[in-house]
Design a protein around this ligand. Structure first.
Ligand code: XMP
Length: 536
């Protein structure tokens, strides 16, 4: 749920105080824990997510987390992530050296392996030849990590340093043409390292290696299941809320929708959901959201504020100003509606785990500090914030939504900016331009919907440029629509999707035929960086 539609997503460093996990455990979360210590690698979430996919609960903490704190958390194992630094440089991030003496199994991945070797007396130095991409490797299958996989395989490498000398007590367990120690271990101390990335699909049997680490080395029970999550949360929400009421701002995005469904299961009848339709939604979206939720007992209130929003941004062309005005207006409408409901002690929000990792770990600590609710009116007093999805990754949230019976149109929804189509119309927004981009977007989605492999995000943009065309015998001077489709794993970076010419030409032909005032369609082939996903 993005309560403040004006605020763009914020990314930051992971910092997640130990109190939160302890509080969660005290609240009943007794799953075994695998700790992921973060050294700045781009795959940290993928590592944590892969571990959860193998039925072991995982959390990400800063690489500097102290040994005492870790002992307190009592994890069954630790994974040290990759990272962009060189361990031998003075300011490179280090871990507490004590963690190697805790008796807890450690798996270092890429930088994590280099760090472990460096800190335990090995040598790390620049590669003579860096390795990037898929590389052939040989494995010593006596290693428990590689048990059950072949002696040869392909792994994903991405490194400019390598371990040239192993610490005492370590043996080499894999190699590539240019990397003599592509994996190593000290089995008696349960310390393992891999220079490659087992967490990505490009590494053959990578998942199997992670599984070996979790089950054969750490002795995991595999007690983490999403099914249990619903029961635990329902119990906890009921305990916390008692017979009081809860307010949820429902945007129709995946997170707030799943949050609404979960709350409705837990405290049906005590929930009020305000859905502000600002008029910048995609075709039929407002009605879809209404029909999905009006069947549930959650006091769904739809506020049709299209006219208000449009008149507030009339004449405004600057993107940031547009976002700000929409955010302010959203807060105002929300406040008015909430006021009509009388005082409600609890505010619920669809914060998910990556939001917490990205915003520095302030789980529900304060309403105003979180980017999702940055626009909440200050005089709305809530005694407490409820964030029942705060332990889940996005795909877990989608799976939970499916289990709770939400339709695929909601659970599989693409990311959509809070200000909606208003930031997909360049420059001043008018009703006519919105109608055009909404229809173009619908056509594009319909056509891409037929493809087997869909990009992660795709939409149409009203570019604000007009161009000359010819329709029938008439010369036209009409709108130019841009199509954007991207592949990404985290939306922080992306590559444009290489849609086939056949698909592109079908979309272009439908848009120019079915929308009278469009003369031309272009395809955006820029990656992020340097461009962003959205145009504004
Ligand atoms: P950018 O344009 O920053 O977008 O590359 C990255 C991802 O974030 C989405 N996005 C937003 N999401 N509120 C949101 O909740 C916003 O204001 C917002 N702006 C961009 C965008 O669609 C993409 O998936």
């Amino acid at each position: 749920m993005k309560l403040n539609p004006g605020v763009r997503e914020r990314k930051g460093d992971a910092a997640f105080p130990v109190e939160i996990y302890k509080a969660k455990r005290d609240g009943g979360n007794m799953n075994e824990l695998l700790l992921v210590l973060d050294f700045g690698g781009q795959y940290k979430e993928l590592i944590a997510r892969t571990v959860r996919g193998l039925s072991v609960y995982s959390e990400i903490r800063p690489g500097s987390t102290g040994a005492d704190e870790i002992r307190n958390l009592n994890p069954i194992g630790i994974i040290l992530t990759g990272g962009p630094n060189s361990v031998y440089l003075p300011d490179a991030p280090k871990c507490d050296p004590e963690i190697f003496n805790l008796g807890i199994p450690v798996l270092g991945i890429c930088y994590g392996m280099q760090l472990m070797c460096h800190m335990l007396g090995g040598t790390v130095q620049p590669c003579k030849k860096s390795e990037y991409g898929r590389v052939k490797a040989s494995f010593r299958t006596q290693s428990v990590l590689f048990d059950g996989i072949g002696e040869q395989g392909t792994v994903l490498m991405s490194h400019t340093d390598f371990v040239s000398k192993l610490p005492d007590g370590f043996i080499s367990t894999a190699s590539t043409k240019d990397c003599p120690h592509a994996a190593c271990e000290c089995p008696s101390k349960k310390l393992f390292g891999v220079q490659f990335h087992p967490e990505v699909e490009h590494t053959d049997n990578g998942r199997k290696m992670m599984e070996q680490f979790l089950y054969a080395v750490c002795g995991a029970k595999g007690d983490y299941r999403l099914d249990d999550y619903i029961d635990t949360q329902v119990r906890r929400i009921r305990q916390k809320v008692g017979d009081q009421r809860v307010l949820l701002a429902l945007s129709g995005g995946v997170d707030s929708s799943v949050c609404a469904a979960l709350l409705s299961k837990a405290i049906s009848g005590q929930l009020a959901c305000i859905f502000v339709d600002h008029g910048f939604m995609r075709l039929n979206e407002g009605d879809e959201i209404e029909s999905a939720f009006s069947g549930m007992k959650l006091n769904f209130i739809r506020v049709n504020a299209q006219h208000r929003f449009l008149s507030r941004i009339k004449g405004v062309a600057d993107p940031e100003q547009k976002r700000k005005i929409i955010g302010d207006e959203f807060a105002r409408v929300f406040e008015e509606e909430a006021g009509k409901l009388g005082s409600i002690p609890f505010l619920a929000q669809g914060t998910i785990y990556p939001d917490i990792i990205e915003s520095g770990g302030k789980l529900g600590a304060t309403i105003k500090s979180h980017h999702n609710v940055g626009g909440l009116p200050e005089n709305l007093a809530f005694a407490e914030v409820i964030e029942p999805l705060s332990g889940l990754f996005k795909d877990e949230v989608r799976a939970l939504g499916r289990k709770l019976g939400l339709p695929a149109s909601l659970t599989e929804r693409q990311p959509f900016p809070g200000p909606g189509l208003a930031v997909r119309v360049m420059g001043e927004v008018t009703r006519e331009k919105l109608d055009i981009v909404r229809m173009a977007d619908f056509i594009m989605c319909e056509e891409i919907g037929k493809l087997k492999n869909k990009p992660q995000q795709y939409f149409a943009v009203y570019t604000g440029t007009r161009s000359v065309g010819v329709k029938g015998d008439d010369r036209t001077y009409d709108a130019v629509i841009a199509l954007r489709a991207v592949n990404t794993s985290d939306f922080m970076t992306c590559r444009y999707a290489p849609l086939s010419h056949r698909t592109l030409s079908r979309i272009a032909s439908r848009i120019t035929n079915e929308i009278r005032s469009v003369s031309r369609v272009v395809y955006d082939i820029t990656s992020k960086p340097p461009a962003t996903v959205e145009w504004e």
